[in-house]
Ligand binder design. Structure first.
Ligand code: PLP
Length: 374
């Protein structure tokens, strides 16, 4: 059957027909109609986190990581020193790209089943005046941890260090208010909780630090300052824009606003999350995280303890029933992940749980229960 499968992944994710249909036209990059779409998207993005007065937003071609890399390259001086709060795979990626770009990088490690600690950060910043910037991941998509953004931002503000937030998998769903949370840069992308298609990221940059960013990036293509200056001057993207991605994002944002914005999106994802946890618990599955630190974005489950379990076969079986699961990303134990995000509701989640039940049955596994002590 050629019906699209439901993507229970952290991006790309399931989009609405309306968003897909927006991509059925060709747009010239110099055309004023297209430039108006870009301008409208930028205005809407600023509104979502109330950043109109304090920040600019600079879109960038590429997947989300391109924008994280661009933010670090543009914001951090070449002799800067970045502290990365690390509780998972995406934190490690941010640290690696920081090092590759020649910036000094210090990693402060936490368990991937725990939040990063603002208290530990406070002590680190007090002890080391050379640290210029802190990088944190708002929702660590590796395990699904919701990290304490307001507390981390307060510590960075008090120590007068720049904060760069990777809000890729939280933007549009978890609350972020730029009037209350001080940050130098915040990075997100088209294909996550805004439910657009993948292909572009965007970085909010604090107006007060923007001028200082000129010439800091060692990369031409990833220079957000240059991209911003050019866009302000011409209304155009510096290099070939991902036109279809931009118009799809505009259409996705229109639906986001109609749904009721961030609070409505969080409410729907929270309903998805509860439907998922309830359904999977009935099948014996156990979530990896303490619910107190779990974001309703993506859930990591322990793999079933049954010796017949194998992720690839499980994935294929669920896929056959129309649902795409996601492998685990933890270093020590066997897990898999299920996303709560995308243009889906609790009905689709219940169907997904049913698909998982059928997959277990076909594999001859009686229960999703993990091995002892999981
Ligand atoms: C999705 C995601 C990214 C970007 O990943 P890409 O594969 O480059 O789009 C970065 N950080 C987090 C926390 C993410 O969830």
């Amino acid at each position: 059957m050629d019906r699209d499968k439901i993507l229970l992944t952290p991006g790309p994710l399931t989009t609405t027909l309306r968003t897909k249909l927006a991509m059925l036209r060709d747009w010239g990059s110099w055309d004023s109609d297209f430039n108006e779409v870009t301008a409208r998207v930028r205005r809407s993005l600023l509104k979502i986190i109330h950043a109109e007065d304090t920040h600019v937003v600079v879109p960038l071609q590429g997947s989300g990581t391109f924008s994280v890399e661009a933010a670090v390259a543009t914001l951090v001086p070449r002799d800067g020193h970045v502290l990365v709060l690390d509780n998972g795979a995406y934190c490690k990626r941010a640290a690696r790209l920081t090092t590759l770009m020649g910036r000094r990088c210090t990693i402060v490690s936490f368990d991937e089943a725990e939040q990063v600690s603002a208290q530990v950060l406070d002590d680190q910043l007090a002890a080391d005046a050379s640290i210029t910037h802190v990088v944190m991941i708002h929702c660590e998509t590796g395990a699904g941890v919701w990290n304490p953004l307001p507390q981390v931002a307060e510590v960075c503000a008090r120590h007068r260090r720049g904060l760069i937030i990777d809000a890729m998998s939280s933007f549009g769903a978890l609350p972020i208010d730029a009037r209350e949370i001080r940050f130098d840069a915040l990075v997100a992308a088209s294909g996550k909780c805004l439910e657009g298609v993948p292909g572009m990221g965007f970085v909010f940059i604090r107006k007060k630090v923007l001028d200082r960013c000129a010439g800091q990036s060692q990369s031409l293509a990833m220079d957000l300052h240059d991209q911003h200056v050019y866009m302000e001057k011409t209304g155009q993207w510096r290099f070939t824009p991902p036109t279809h991605v931009v118009v799809a994002l505009a259409e996705a944002i229109a639906q986001f606003e109609e749904e009721g914005g961030q609070p409505a999106r969080l409410a729907r994802y929270t309903r998805n999350y509860h439907a998922l946890i309830d359904g999977m618990s009935r099948l014996g599955f156990m979530p990896f995280l303490d619910p107190g630190i779990q974001a309703p974005i993506i859930v990591t489950f322990h793999a079933p303890g049954d010796p017949s379990y194998e992720f690839k076969a499980f994935y294929q079986a669920a896929r056959k029933h129309g649902f795409i699961l996601y492998p685990g990303k933890l270093t020590q134990i066997e897990t898999f992940r299920v996303g709560c995000i995308g243009a889906i509701g609790p009905n689709e989640i219940e169907q997904a749980v049913h698909a998982v039940a059928l997959a277990l049955e076909e594999m001859g596994i009686a229960s999703g229960e993990p091995a002892i002590n999981g």
